[in-house]
Design a protein around this ligand. Structure first.
Ligand code: NAD
Length: 483
């Protein structure tokens, strides 16, 4: 039998910001699971760096508690493995803007292990850390550096960030995380398209009526109001996560499943996006309804930042001309769900006149809450009562179908292991990020010029009325926001 899990080579992973929320909630629990599955070698080292003074022992205790909180089931956390994992942890007190602590860190790194630096700190510190790693000689030509959103606030700041990183690291060393790319379903979108002969011949404007991409959240901006109000749904979700989903859905088959081959094809999609006119966008802000609304949550009664956005996106190339991609994302919607829905055209001629097919086939790629793929088919209603048709889902839930493989791994598990393996396929290249910002900036500029305010919408619904009209005008409708 072929082993499912291939261990990676031993590594030293330095996490700047190792006591922060991202490290405790995602990075370290993901590494623990990889150790549990036999993929992370037991002699690997994880060295957290943060400003506050803390002993190694106190840090280990902090991570023990984080594992208990974020891997709540005791049986998923065998005590002997927790002990082994905690032994791999070390801590260095280090203010990245200062000079102290760097020698201490250098003393903990091995020359013969893969070396990776995860910058789990605010983006304002990325440039300083990158140049310090280079000045101190801690970064070797094969070291990796990992950064995560927000990768800039607009095109200009994204270019500046890329400049700062590339002053000390080559592009092949830079891993820009978009955790959506680490989701099993998103990778399965590529498998579905390029490992099956069934879909690709139909994957074009001739057979696909339109595509809907939805990232709906049920929570508001509570607690993150200050940050969010400077960002908004367009910068926080569309420019990165939704753009990546759109690229993987729309891209041409790459010649090989290799980092630059895949990223070249994604970049071509971004470059083929038409500018979006103001009539093709709808912005919303959730209103107060019993509890505070968006303006209360960000404590800014004049805010024009959108907590919801819907766009009609057109891709000007041979494959997609005439087939729009409708994308939407928002906070305080009816439920938390993310999906890509590929809606096929109806049959050219229905032979069942009285019960004609009402809808085309649809392929639904569900990212959350439970990852899976559904194909909507039309079949005959059973029974002797004539030729009645109905729609049924052909359902594949990954949790069920892959039960023997255990739980669907968290996106960070895959991504952190890819950093160690040196595989950049699921990471964004600098030019992709810049191209995505250039397209996004133009939309943000049309909003600024118009001076319009976002449309209020009710919490717990499916967004502003105008977003419905965006599709109605084209004779289409959004899928329900429901789980
Ligand atoms: P956080 O505020 O919880 O943690 C920040 C960490 O950085 C702390 O460990 C702190 O000690 C350390 N730090 C701050 N200034 C420092 C300095 N000068 N020198 C050394 N250490 C310093 O933040 P977070 O939520 O963990 O987020 C970290 C980064 O990841 C941010 O850029 C954030 O935007 C991004 N991010 C976070 C999440 C998430 O789920 N939390 C998701 C995506 C992206």
């Amino acid at each position: 039998m072929v082993a499912r899990t291939i261990p990676v080579e031993t590594f030293d992973l330095v996490i700047f910001g190792g006591t922060g929320d991202l490290a405790r909630r995602k990075i370290l629990p993901s590494l623990f699971r990889r150790m549990r599955e036999g993929q992370m070698p037991t002699d690997a080292r994880i060295i957290a760096c943060a400003r506050g003074k803390m002993s190694r022992k106190a840090f280990q205790q902090m991570i023990r508690e984080a594992l208990e909180e974020f891997i709540p089931n005791d049986t998923d956390r065998p005590e002997d493995l927790v002990g082994t994992f905690l032994k791999a942890l070390d801590f260095v007190t280090l203010d990245v803007m200062g000079t102290q602590g760097w020698d201490d860190l250098a003393g903990k790194l091995r020359d013969d292990a893969i070396r990776a630096f995860y910058l789990s700190v605010g983006p304002g510190l990325f440039g300083a850390i990158a140049s310090k790693l280079s000045e101190t000689g801690l970064a070797t030509p094969e070291s990796r550096i990992v950064v995560e959103k927000p990768l800039g606030h607009d095109y200009t700041s994204a270019c500046e960030l890329n400049r700062q990183l590339s002053a000390s690291f080559d592009e092949h060393q830079i891993y820009r995380i978009d955790h959506y790319l680490g989701k099993e379903t998103v990778q399965n979108l590529m498998a579905l398209r390029f490992a099956n002969a069934l879909f690709e011949p139909l994957w074009n404007a001739q057979h696909i009526d339109h595509v809907q991409i939805t990232v709906a959240e049920s929570i508001g901006v509570e607690g993150r109001g200050g940050y969010y109000d400077k960002s908004g749904a367009m910068r926080d979700m569309v420019q990165n996560h939704i753009m990546q989903l759109l690229c993987l859905t729309a891209m041409e088959p790459p010649a090989r499943f290799e980092p630059d081959a895949v990223r070249d094809e994604k970049l071509k999609v971004i470059r083929a996006l038409d500018p979006v006119t103001s009539e093709e966008t709808v912005r919303g802000q959730y209103r107060a309804n019993g509890e505070g609304g968006y303006l209360d949550h960000v404590e800014n009664p004049d805010s024009r930042t959108e907590s919801y956005v819907a766009l009609k996106v057109q891709i000007s190339n041979w494959r997609w001309a005439g087939t729009p991609f409708y994308v939407r994302t928002g906070k305080k919607l009816r439920s938390r769900m993310s999906e890509i829905a590929v809606i096929f055209k109806e049959v050219p001629h229905s032979i069942f006149p009285e019960v004609s097919q009402r809808k085309g086939n649809a392929l639904i790629i569900r990212l959350q809450p439970d990852e899976g793929i559904t194909l909507r088919m039309t079949i005959k209603d059973p029974g002797p009562g004539g030729m009645r048709l109905r729609e049924v889902p052909l359902d594949m839930s990954f949790a069920d179908a892959l039960a023997d493989a255990g739980a669907v791994p968290d996106a960070y598990e895959r991504l952190v292991m890819d950093v160690i393996r040196g595989n950049q396929t699921l990471f964004m290249r600098g030019d992709e990020v810049e191209a995505a910002w250039a397209w996004t900036d133009a939309i943000l500029a049309t909003w600024d010029d118009s001076g319009d305010r976002p449309h209020p919408y009710d919490p717990g619904g499916s967004g502003p009325e105008d977003a419905l009209a965006l599709l109605h005008r084209d004779g289409r409708r959004w899928r329900e926001v429901e789980t």
